[in-house]
Structures are given as C-alpha cells and as structure tokens.
Design a protein around this ligand. Structure first.
Ligand code: HEC
Length: 170
C-alpha cells in the first residue's frame, strides 16, 4: 500500500532515473532523520541557479534605489563616507576596485583575507548574493540579496562612491 513516501514527486524530479531513485530518496529521508535538519528549507537539494551576467544587470541599475537599499540593509554595519570609521564592518567608500580586505585598521576574517584580489563588479555580485558562499567563514553575518535588480542597484550606488568611479562593466 504505502510503497512510496508522501513526497516522492519532489525527490524523483532531480535525478530522473528509474529504480535508482528509490535508493537515493530513501537515503535522503534517512539522513534527514539522522541530523534532525528537517524543519528548514524543504527543497535544499536543488542546484543553485547561476547569477545573470553582470554587464546587462548594471546597465539597468539605479543608484538612487541602491542608496535607499544600502541605508536600509547595510548602514547598521558600514559607513560609506571617505575616511569613515569602521562599524561592525569596514568603511566602504571606494570599495569597487579596491583590494579585498584592505581598509586600514579593520580586523578582517581570515576567510576574506585568504581571498586575494580586487573587488570587481563580478565579485561584488557574488559576494552580495551570498557572503558565506563567496567566503565561507566570513564575519559578515548578512544573508545576502537575492533579488538581482536590488543587488545591481546596490553595486551601482557603491560605484558612485569614489573620486574616480570604476568604469561600469560591459
Ligand atoms: C551585520 C553586519 C553587516 C551587514 C548588515 C553588512 N555587512 Fe558588509 N561586512 C561586515 C563585516 C563584519 C565585514 C568584514 C567581513 C570579513 O572580514 O570577513 C564586511 C565586509 C564587507 C565588504 C568587503 C569590504 C572589504 O574591505 O574587503 C563589502 C564589499 C561589504 N561588506 C558590503 C556590504 C553591503 C553592500 C551590505 C548591504 C547590502 C553589507 N555589507 C551589509 C558586516 C556587515
């Protein structure tokens, strides 16, 4: 009678196999019980969707909307003024094109320090989508911005905060 678990339509979608599917869904159900990680996100096994290309995103971005978002989402932890003091996080004036983890006097996590290079548009896009995916172990306990337009707006605003703003990506 009850040959299939209740949620079998969910688990059979990903692998697309026939009989093998039963095995993997049984294993998934078991590990779910074992860890007790059942209360959270139900469909966590879906592969993360790739972010859209940064050039077209930036072409449509609105820095004024980004400024409002930054006030709401980031300013508890960051200053955005030239020479501004660090708060929970470093000052972000001129961060586009700046070396990562380079604001003087700020004690960065080793996660971010071990990620050398400059903050490109592409990197900021990935970082702001999910800080902990970009740099596992980061001290920035911000969940990220899921909405592509909102993220682009924020990055567009960040790019205005410089004496000579970095050219927008093509
Ligand atoms: C809860 C506090 C918090 C919030 C909210 C937050 N940040 Fe951060 N941010 C940090 C911390 C702490 C770091 C340092 C991370 C590390 O060392 O791992 C950081 C680092 C950064 C960096 C890297 C700076 C550098 O010098 O390399 C960028 C860029 C950044 N944050 C952007 C943002 C933006 C944009 C927002 C809003 C959308 C935001 N942050 C929201 C705490 C926060």
């Amino acid at each position: 009678m009850s040959r299939r678990p209740f949620g079998s339509t969910l688990t059979s979608g990903g692998t697309g196999g026939g009989g093998i599917c039963n095995v993997s869904s049984a294993a998934a159900a078991q590990s779910g019980n074992g860890t007790g990680f059942s209360g959270g996100v139900p469909n966590d096994s879906a592969p993360p969707k790739p972010l859209p290309p940064i050039g077209p995103m930036m072409a449509k971005a609105d820095p004024a909307a980004g400024e409002a978002d930054v006030k709401k989402l980031c300013s508890v932890c960051h200053n955005f003024t030239e020479g501004g003091a660090a708060k929970i996080g470093p000052d972000l004036y001129g961060v586009v094109g700046r070396d990562r983890a380079s604001a003087a006097g700020f004690d960065y996590s080793s996660a971010l320090k071990s990620h050398p290079g400059k903050w490109t548009y592409e990197d900021l896009n990935n970082w702001l989508h999910s800080p902990k995916e970009f740099a596992p172990g980061t001290k920035m306990t911000f969940v990220g911005i899921d909405d592509d337009k909102e993220r682009a707006d924020v990055i567009d605003y960040l790019h205005t905060l410089a004496a000579t703003p970095e050219p927008l990506p093509k």
